[in-house]
Write a protein that binds this ligand. Structure first.
Ligand code: SF4
Length: 237
């Protein structure tokens, strides 16, 4: 795979346009055949997207599915969640765990009702001003709810981008995270950003998993740097 120097970091490469194009095409073609059918992919309601994204932090999709339905049944809007007693909100969250999350969700709902009429704004700076909305969640809300051209980087996406395009260095370092954000922005298409971002997450969750990635059935197998360098890397691990 050809690369050119990333002008922002000067040391880490970004893929050239032809490789970006191939990556997008392969990813989207794979997603159209294998992407998961999930309820939060059938809505553009920012509140519903927010609920799904907060629930999916640290929690498997299978555990989130029934709770997502129950939650929206009980709190169908920002207003309903904002007005609910905090104790009930925590109880409804059970057994998802990490109980700071329902508190954050309710605090976002209350702020949205107090300042934005129960809506979530679409601009990045305002989304980031909410306590509990970080860069990933802001990108997810913008691309999934508002269909904007916004990059995302969660653990799964970071793993895919690191393996396909980098495959060396410390994937957890700040410099690498910055570079992976740059990569996520660089490979993002002009159109179909919703599908592209969902596809990145699915590839990381279903194929390029943390342990024993399923390289033989991966759409990136031909170009992935991690796969190509596996023989060299393995003796050192
Ligand atoms: S080829 Fe293997 S390591 Fe590379 S992206 Fe696919 S599953 Fe991940």
């Amino acid at each position: 795979m050809l690369v050119k120097k990333n002008v922002r970091t000067r040391s880490l490469p970004v893929p050239v346009p032809a490789d970006r194009r191939r990556f997008r095409q392969r990813l989207l073609a794979w997603y159209r055949r294998h992407g998961r059918d999930l309820p939060w992919r059938k809505t553009d309601d920012p509140y519903h997207i927010l609920v799904s994204e907060i629930m999916l932090q640290q929690t498997q999709v299978e555990r989130v599915l029934p709770k997502y339905a129950e939650w929206l049944d009980k709190y169908p809007s920002m207003e309903a969640l904002a007005a609910a007693p905090a104790k009930d909100v925590t109880k409804t969250w059970y057994p998802l765990g990490y109980n700071i999350r329902p508190k954050r969700l309710q605090s976002i709902a209350r702020e949205s009702v107090a300042k934005y009429g129960g809506h979530l704004p679409s601009d990045e700076a305002t989304l980031l001003s909410f306590d509990g909305i970080g860069a990933y969640t802001a990108g997810a809300i913008r691309s999934f709810a508002f269909r904007e051209r916004a990059a995302i980087l969660d653990t799964n996406v970071a793993r895919v981008l690191f393996r396909v395009f980098v495959a060396k260095g410390d994937p957890k370092s700040h410099a690498m995270k910055r570079h992976l954000w740059t990569l996520s922005e660089t490979v993002m298409p002009m159109r179909h950003v919703f599908d592209f971002n969902q596809a990145l997450m699915d590839l990381g969750a279903m194929i390029c998993v943390a342990r024993n990635p399923k390289c033989p059935v991966c759409p990136m197998a031909k170009s992935c740097v991690w796969r190509r360098t596996a023989v060299v890397r393995e003796p050192a691990e």
